[in-house]
Design a protein around this ligand. Structure first.
Ligand SMILES: Cc1ncc(COP(=O)(O)O)c(C=O)c1O
Length: 391
């Protein structure tokens, strides 16, 4: 039987990644040393007390049943964490668990949008934002993140008609891929826009714990009026290196959270109880590993950017996230072509900027997922390869 996938899936083009993966597999087979800075999976480990909580809970057969919902204990732990970490009051009815922010973001359009609604997304931006809007049958519009404006949203440059039709806007700082961090003032201005034009703000706060040079991460919900207009995805993935456990929450405005709960009740039976226990352990446990790894990410950023600078590749230092957003070296304009050339010449795998949207063209993203010593090597391998002398 010839089985054809749904036409809606034609929208998703995995071509670039497939090509790079094939290149990677071929080079690996040839025995070439590869430096994989492609995917944002931390190489750090989860804290020991988190692993212990999960494994202990997994010994109890009761914990293998459908959990159906979040336990009181987990919801209270999230509320207490928000109070201690972000000085922000939230209540259990403002929270729903999602199976990772990726899943939440990928589905939220179905909970909020009707056909014809506009969803406003950053360009460049994290691809799941677009998937969510697309599945919600929304019309996708972009607000550009432009270097000259510090990669901040400039809604004053958008057509007012777009703002009037906008159902929700996705904001995410520190930003993947551009690495910029936003001040509270930037968000406060967006809240004013949201009130003026009647749209929702969804903040993706994946990197509040990976922020550099003395800047401080914060919650969108700590801002005046934020819970009237929006909600945020709060993920434990990157802070606690639990990416595979899929622990994240949508927190904020009750109408938004309730719409998401209703949608999710149709396809999900709740977070696995041992994972809930692990989440509680992470939220209630010491934060020294979180702070230590933030310092290590900063060290990696310094080593990579400064190492490449020595060979003439000037890369602005990012404010946060586990990514460096590098303008292509002189003489190159096509990020796909450059990534292929880079991996073939040096074994260094990066992500083509254009895969995050048209405004990402002209950039390559490096994930800081190798120890600093190896990043020193990466800079040297690239610098000595001759690839930077393309003028
Ligand atoms: C901006 C952003 N949001 C969400 C995610 C995924 O988070 P989670 O593991 O909670 O699905 C990532 C992962 O790289 C990300 O960069």
């Amino acid at each position: 039987m010839n089985i054809k996938q749904a036409t809606r899936l034609d929208y998703f083009n995995t071509g670039v990644f497939t090509a790079l993966n094939e290149e990677k597999a071929r080079l690996q087979k040839e025995g070439k040393k590869l430096y994989n800075l492609f995917i944002g999976t931390p190489d750090f480990t989860p804290p020991a007390h988190v692993i212990k909580a999960l494994t202990e809970a997994a010994q109890d057969p009761e914990n293998w049943k459908y959990s159906l919902t979040e336990s009181e204990e987990l919801l209270t732990a999230v509320c207490d964490y928000y109070q201690e970490r972000f000085n922000t009051d939230i209540t259990p009815d403002m929270i729903t668990a999602v199976n990772g922010s990726q899943e939440g973001m990928g589905h939220i359009g179905m909970a909020l949008c009707d056909p014809g609604d506009v969803v406003l997304l950053p360009d460049p931006g994290y691809p799941a934002f677009e998937a969510g809007a697309y599945f919600g049958q929304a019309t996708i519009c972009y607000y550009p993140l432009i270097k000259e404006y510090g990669f901040m949203p400039r809604l004053d440059l958008l057509d007012e008609e777009i703002l009037k039709k906008t159902k929700y806007m996705v904001v995410s700082y520190p930003s993947n891929p551009v690495g910029a961090a936003a001040s509270k003032e930037v968000y406060e201005e967006l809240i004013q826009y949201a009130n003026k034009y009647g749209f929702i703000i969804l903040n993706d706060n994946a990197y509040s714990d990976i922020i550099f040079d003395g800047k401080q991460g914060f919650s969108f919900l700590s801002l005046e009026g934020a819970d009237k207009v929006g909600a945020e995805f709060f993920s434990l993935s990157k802070s606690f290196n639990v990416t595979g456990a899929r622990i994240s929450f949508l927190i904020g405005n009750k109408a938004i959270v309730n719409a998401m709960k209703l949608l999710r009740s149709q396809y999900d039976f709740g977070m696995f109880t041992p994972i809930q226990k692990a989440a509680i352990a992470a939220l209630r446990g010491p934060r020294d590993t979180v702070d230590e790894q933030c310092r290590e990410y900063q060290r990696r950023r310094d080593v990579l950017c400064q190492g490449l600078m020595k060979y003439g590749w000037e890369i602005p230092e990012n404010d946060g996230t586990m990514f460096v957003w590098a303008p292509l070296p002189k003489g190159y304009t096509d990020s796909n072509e450059f990534c292929k050339l880079l991996v073939n010449t040096t074994g260094v795998l990066g992500t083509p900027g254009v895969s995050f949207g048209p405004r990402g063209e002209g950039y390559i993203r490096f994930a800081l997922v190798l120890p600093a010593e190896e990043l020193v090597e990466v800079a040297e391998v690239i610098g000595k390869s001759g690839i930077l002398n393309n003028t």
